[in-house]
Ligand binder design. Structure first.
Ligand code: HEC
Ligand code: HEC
Length: 230
C-alpha cells in the first residue's frame, strides 16, 4: 500500500500548497490596480451629476450573466455551468483566471476581460448568496450500476477529501453535486488533458491516477448525486 500512501501524501501536499498560495493570489487579484483600461468606459465618471443610481450586482447579474447561467444561477444551457451554490471564493478565483487568460473560453474570457477588481468581488459575492437549486435530474432512467461505480471511484480517488461527502465544496473548492453532466465531463477531461490549468495543481494531481475512461462515470455520478440517495 506504499503507492496509496504516496498518493495521499501528494493530495495533502497539494491541498496545503494551494491553500497557502491561493489567499495571497486572490488578495493580489483584488488589489491589483487596473490601469490601462484603454478608455473602455469614457463617460462613466465624466458626468457625476447625471449619474443614475448604481446598479447592484444582483441587477447586473440579471442583465449580463443570467442569459447563459440562468436567472437563479441554475443553468439550462449546455456547456454552461450552474453557479448557484458555488462558494464566492471559488467564483473569484475562476473570474481571475478567465480575466488573466489562464482559463480560456471564448464567452467567459470576453465577459471577464471587462471586469474591474470590484466587479470580480461584487459578482463573486452575489454568486455566493445563490442557494443551490436542486437541478432536475438528467433525462432517462438512472443506471444503478454506473452510479455505484461512480461512488466507488469518488471514494477511491479521494474526491470527497476536498469536495466533501456531499460534494458541496467550500472556499476555493467548487460544488460539483448536481452540476450539468456535460460540463463536469468537459472540466474533468480539461484538467486531465492539460487544457484547463487550475488555480493550483490540486485537480491535475487528483486526476493523474484516474483512467481517462472513468472520467465520464464520475461526471455521470456527480450530476445525479443527491445527499439522500447516494
Ligand atoms: C455567453 C454566455 C455567458 C455569459 C454571458 C456569462 N457566462 Fe460565465 N460561463 C460561461 C461558460 C460557457 C462557462 C464555462 C467555460 C468553460 O467551460 O471553461 C462559464 C463559466 C463561468 C464561471 C466559472 C464556473 C465554474 O464552475 O468553474 C463563473 C464564475 C462565471 N462563468 C461567471 C459569470 C458571470 C459573473 C457572468 C456575468 C458578468 C457570466 N459568467 C456571463 C458562459 C457565460
Ligand atoms: C486536493 C483537493 C482536490 C481533490 C482530491 C479533488 N479536487 Fe476537484 N477541485 C479541487 C479544486 C481546488 C478545484 C478548482 C480548480 C482550480 O484550481 O481552478 C477543483 C475543481 C473540480 C471540478 C471543476 C468544477 C467546475 O465547476 O468547474 C470538478 C468537476 C472536480 N474538481 C471534480 C473532482 C473529482 C471527480 C475528483 C476525484 C477524482 C476531485 N475533483 C478531486 C480540489 C480537489
Amino acid at each position: 500500500m506504499k503507492g496509496r500512501r504516496l498518493v495521499i501524501g501528494i493530495l495533502f501536499f497539494s491541498a496545503s500548497a494551494f491553500l497557502g498560495f491561493a489567499a495571497p493570489g486572490v488578495a493580489w487579484a483584488q488589489q491589483a490596480p487596473r490601469n490601462g483600461s484603454g478608455g473602455a468606459k469614457p463617460a462613466a465618471t465624466a458626468k457625476p451629476a447625471a449619474a443614475a443610481p448604481a446598479q447592484t450586482y444582483a441587477q447586473r447579474f440579471a442583465a449580463l450573466c443570467a442569459a447563459c447561467h440562468g436567472a437563479n444561477g441554475r443553468s439550462e444551457m449546455p456547456g454552461t455551468p450552474s453557479l448557484a451554490g458555488q462558494p464566492s471564493f471559488y467564483a473569484i478565483t475562476q473570474l481571475f483566471l478567465f480575466r488573466e487568460g489562464r482559463r480560456s473560453n471564448e464567452a467567459m474570457t470576453a465577459v471577464a476581460k471587462t471586469m474591474t477588481d470590484d466587479d470580480m468581488r461584487g459578482f463573486s459575492e452575489f454568486i455566493g448568496t445563490l442557494a443551490p437549486v436542486p437541478a432536475p435530474p438528467p433525462a432517462g432512467p438512472v443506471d444503478a450500476a454506473r452510479m455505484a461505480r461512480g461512488k466507488q471511484l469518488a471514494t477511491e480517488y479521494k474526491c470527497v477529501f476536498c469536495h466533501g461527502d456531499d460534494f458541496s465544496g467550500g472556499q476555493q473548492v467548487p460544488r460539483v453535486a448536481q452540476q450539468r453532466e456535460e460540463y463536469l465531463a468537459s472540466a474533468l477531461h480539461g484538467f486531465k488533458g492539460g487544457k484547463r490549468p487550475g488555480y493550483s495543481m490540486a485537480m491535475s494531481e487528483a486526476l493523474r491516477p484516474v483512467p481517462e475512461a472513468d472520467l465520464d462515470v464520475l461526471a455521470y455520478y456527480l450530476a445525479r448525486f443527491t445527499p439522500t440517495a447516494k
